[in-house]
Write a protein that binds this ligand. Sequence first.
Ligand code: ING
Length: 311
Amino acid sequence: MSRKEVFAVAQLGAVHLKDSKQATVARLIEMLREAHGRGARWITFPELALTTFFPRYVYDDPADYDPFYEEGLPSPAMAPLFDEARRLGIGFYLGYAEKVTEAGTVRRFNTSVLVAPNGDILGKYRKIHLPGTKDPIGDPEFEHLEKRYFEVGNLGFPVFKSDAGRIGMCICNDRRWPETFRVMALRGAEIFMLGYNTPTRNIHHNEPVHLREHHHRLSLESAAYQNGAWVMSAAKCGSEDGFAMIGGSSIVAPTGETVTRAVSEEDEVISFNCDLDLGAYIRRSVFNFAKHRRPEHYGPITAQVGVEIDD
Ligand code: ING
């Protein structure tokens, strides 16, 4: 008897600087309701889903960028979404900018929260792989200042038990690093949920635009297959105040096949009736970690940060 469960992904179109959090949350709620209409019991929202992708701008004074953050869980802006999800009995992943005071210190993270269909908060993840720079590079087309506005996550890569199986979370750039998914798979994750904001123009170098989508898809399909897990990915996309970001929200099966994806760069719900046992044969055979992994030869992966040439 296979465990079938409808999962949805809510792709969010452009959120502009002038858009209020209330208006954006209303858009998320609309998509939540559409997902409910399709029989979904879980939905994945994007990274930093309540505001425009503000790390593209240079701010010096915290008073200028603090409005982009949320305090408290749920924060006042999030509360209507939490309430409606609980009313409809839908669990969700939500990405947001987290501001928290820990031991008297104000800390800021690029965070995602996982909430169960009954409204219980299952846990949080704080983004570990922060791309871009801390200081401006001086080109307004290419600023990507996540290292300026967020600390590296301090919660590791946790996996959460849910009534739909074990769920792991990550955020955007994390998906480019295979270590992200392997750690969660070693903790039993069967489903990965992630949101992303990926500029069409590469922040590192001027590569052909079609590669943005290719690398996004490649990263997810590899992660799904190599860990025998379902991958739900939700874009915030479109042109935010003239800054374009890729769409391509998707659901990827443990076989590594993208089974459905968004076709627009607007608000769009995609969904799929996922067989949660589909990955079992992969985890029992080709990627049977206990049978085939040889950690005694993997030392450099945790012992080193960068390349070390020893010849
Ligand atoms: N965005 C981009 C991402 O990793 C990026 C940043 C783009 C890094 C292209 C490297 C290449 O998809 C976020 N928010 O991480």
